[in-house]
Design a binder for this molecule. Sequence first.
Ligand code: FE2
Ligand code: FE2
Length: 148
Amino acid sequence: MEDLFYICQKRNHLRWNNTYSLGIKLIDDQHKKILDFARDLVNYIPKSDEDRDSFFKEAIEKVVEYIKTHFATEEGIMIATRFPGYEEHKKAHENFILTVVRYIKDYEAGNRQVLTNFSHFTRKWVLTHIAILDVKYIEYYKKITINR
Ligand SMILES: [Fe+2]
Ligand SMILES: [Fe+2]
């Protein structure tokens, strides 16, 4: 897990490469898009306070909408295959959303530092979540479909 994160850190721009591939196109494509999004966040440089405010608002809306779709896709696969780690995985997804909600509240309360923290959190979360948890249900899914 750490390895994956540091490999990615070295590449700096978080571009998709096959190290992150779990071998299911639909999921890989969604992860690619989330990583693109995380890269945009990390590379963002505000031109003004107004610019930063609108960027942050838009970024949060985008991430919440897209990630919810992604989580629903994954959880749908887990339910369909009766994946035993479903509850644990669902909890991790919920915790991510709760953390994002906390960031929104902090930002609205005037903490402008939140934007940087949010960007780094999202980047790290996505990479570690793929490497630790997503890989488990994908392996299970592959096992199930091969044995059919
Ligand atoms: Fe997941
Ligand atoms: Fe995922």
